[in-house]
Design a protein around this ligand. Structure first.
Ligand SMILES: *Cc1c(COP(=O)(O)O)cnc(C)c1O
Length: 422
């Protein structure tokens, strides 16, 4: 586990990356793979043969350890030990113990992170608590991941708080704004926000920032405490590979006694089994838990985090950048357009290409086993989770993309059919 501190400058600066020279042939890609310090992690994942999975930024694939743990939790802890497992298997402690593992990945004190609910619900709890404490307007950029805006709209409707939707060029540190919700890695472009720089400006303007770490956790060498970040939410099923619908997490610095969140369920009570009539919040981050935790999902996430035990986040971020640079360089050479930072410029773990028939192209690629996704209205998005992808995989995926476009295979009618999830 790497806990990046002084040797790693803030995210958003180029220097957190070890640069590679972008290969210009498949042989060059294979050579990079031979020197890759993350190569040994491929076998930790259970991926089907014949698939190049470029969607780990949206749903991470199963680590073998997570599948094994799910079996054990279901058969031994639930099936055999039954309700005793709340104590004997430490189910009751899991929101905190799993939170402490995530704290290690984001540079937060272990007691300040708890695993619970979804990102959406955690954002509601945290934004409501901060708005109740500080008052003032809440701000969100118009291109933020929609659920973040939706949740703030719901909160504003409930409490009467003012919600300000900002254009990308607007100043989020204006006088009357007290709370800003912003992603560290943009879900469409993968542009990275400079946490430390924004926190300095926020502190000067009296603005609290809630960072959405969904596309950053398990990918970037985050160090929230060092960078002055006090509040965050993040996702368990993307780069953390916790499984579909795995619970999310919430970070509130020194949360003991500081924030009153509105979803005051019994599992956030200081002493749930006192069955006291009056709510009293737990003294630490457990106050952000509401109801009974989803133990099967939580177990899967907890085991999935073992993959990060002896890996340097700096190596993960550097390789994600290298894989993305390679894919993007080939796409641009072919004449495609991108909304993502160009090769060499700091970027999160994915790349988005703009193409009018992007939906059909992505479907044609999926039919070939190259799995990416589509984000309306016209973005083809490809994620480069470095734990199980090789440079050769990326070379082959770029070949497939170019071939689907050159042959116009995407025009086949079956690739135009739309499903619920894109
Ligand atoms: C994936 C993602 C979410 C997910 O929210 P859930 O409520 O857990 O479904 C939220 N915000 C961002 C920026 C995301 O990328």
């Amino acid at each position: 586990m790497s806990l990046p501190s002084s040797e790693h400058p803030p995210t958003g600066t180029e220097t957190f990356l070890t640069k590679i020279t972008i290969p210009t042939s498949r042989e060059g890609a294979v050579q990079l793979d031979e020197a890759d310090p993350l190569r040994r992690f491929r076998d930790a994942f259970d991926l089907p043969a014949g698939v190049i999975y470029l969607d780990g930024n949206s749903l991470g694939p199963p680590p073998r350890a997570a599948l094994t743990r799910l079996q054990k939790t279901a058969a031994d802890e639930w099936g055999r030990d039954l309700i005793r497992s709340w104590n004997s298997a430490s189910w009751f402690d899991m929101p905190k113990s799993c939170g402490a593992k995530i704290a290690n990945l984001i540079g937060a004190p272990p007691d300040d992170v708890v695993v619970a609910d979804s990102v959406s619900i955690n954002l509601f709890k945290l934004a409501a608590a901060l708005n109740r404490k500080n008052g003032g307007a809440i701000a969100v950029f118009e291109n933020e991941f929609p659920t973040d805006s939706y949740i703030l709209q719901g909160l504003a409707a409930l409490t009467g708080a003012e919600l300000r939707t900002l254009k990308p060029t607007d100043n989020p540190f204006a006088d009357d704004i007290d709370l800003l919700v912003v992603s560290v890695v943009d879900y469409k472009t993968a542009a990275i926000s400079d946490i430390a720089d924004m926190e300095v400006k926020a502190a000067a303007a009296g603005v609290a920032i809630i960072w959405d770490l969904s596309h950053a956790t398990g990918l970037l060498p985050l160090d929230l405490a060092r960078d002055g970040a006090n509040y965050a939410v993040g996702c368990g099923y993307k780069y953390l590979n916790g499984g579909p619908g795995a619970p999310a997490f919430i970070y509130a610095r020194g949360s003991a006694g500081a924030l009153d969140q509105p979803l005051t369920g019994w599992m956030g009570h200081a002493d749930p089994f006192a069955f006291d009539n009056t709510y009293r919040p737990a003294g630490d981050a457990r106050r952000f838990v509401c109801g009974t935790p989803p133990i099967l999902s939580l177990s899967s996430l907890d085991a999935a985090l073992e993959v990060f035990d002896d890996v340097a986040l700096h190596d993960i971020a550097s390789k994600a950048q290298g894989l993305g640079d390679l894919f993007l360089a080939r796409a641009l050479a072919f004449g495609l357009e991108t909304v993502s930072p160009l090769p060499g410029a700091p970027r999160g773990g994915h790349v988005s290409l703009r193409y009018d028939h992007g939906y059909e192209v992505v479907q044609a690629l999926i039919a070939r086993g190259v799995i990416g996704d589509f984000r309306a209205p016209d973005l083809m998005r490809f994620g480069f989770s470095p734990m199980y992808l090789s440079y050769a995989d990326i070379w082959d995926a770029a070949d497939a993309l170019i071939d689907v476009l050159q042959t116009e295979e995407w025009r086949k009618p079956e690739f135009a059919r739309r499903d619920n999830v894109t």
